[in-house]
Ligand binder design. Structure first.
Ligand code: INI
Length: 157
């Protein structure tokens, strides 16, 4: 029995990335953006192949991601933001609409969207995921996007 197995590697070959970042909770989001860029560069992406588009908050991220995807300029989008739960249902609306919108962009435009939007209960949880004990979800999202681009490229061969 021989099973064909396809897996993307983490080597960039002239791949262009569009990063969309929600500025809300900027102290955290800055760390996500820096780590996403750093990990792309470490894996062979050149600076000219990375563009960062900032929007006010997570609610605006899907529209910006959609525009970037629709432009045809990028092989993948990386969405970065931080939504922190407060005392009202606001969190659920912002986080839910951001997540749903990004999933829709990915399916509509047939382009990988790395999901690096933190949805957390506290600032401590956000800090843990932005370069401290739980790693950096910006870097994880960037590498997930690169791996997916490379995996899907093999299907098209
Ligand atoms: N936007 C975020 O990215 N994170 C949050 O935690 C957040 N909270 O908590 O309100 C937030 N709100 C702003 C929202 O994304 C929009 O920018 C705003 O409502 C204007 O449309």
């Amino acid at each position: 029995m021989s099973i064909k197995s396809i897996r993307g590697n983490l080597v960039a070959k002239q791949t262009r990335f569009g990063i969309v970042a929600g500025r809300f909770n900027e102290f955290i989001v800055g760390q996500l953006v820096a780590a996403a860029i750093d990990s792309l560069i470490q894996h062979g992406v050149t600076e000219k192949d990375i563009e960062v588009l900032y929007v006010p908050g997570a609610f605006e991220i899907p529209l910006a991601a959609k525009r970037m995807a629709a432009s045809g300029e990028y092989q993948a989008i990386i969405a970065l933001g931080t939504v922190i739960r407060g005392g009202t249902p606001h969190f659920d609306y912002v986080a839910g609409s951001c997540t749903r919108g990004l999933a829709e962009v990915q399916m509509t435009y047939d382009i990988p969207v790395g999901f690096g939007v933190l949805t957390v209960d506290s600032i401590e949880q956000a800090i843990e995921r932005a370069g401290t004990k739980a790693g950096n979800k910006g870097a994880d999202a960037a590498l997930a996007a690169l791996e997916t681009v490379n995996a899907l490229a093999q299907l098209e061969d």
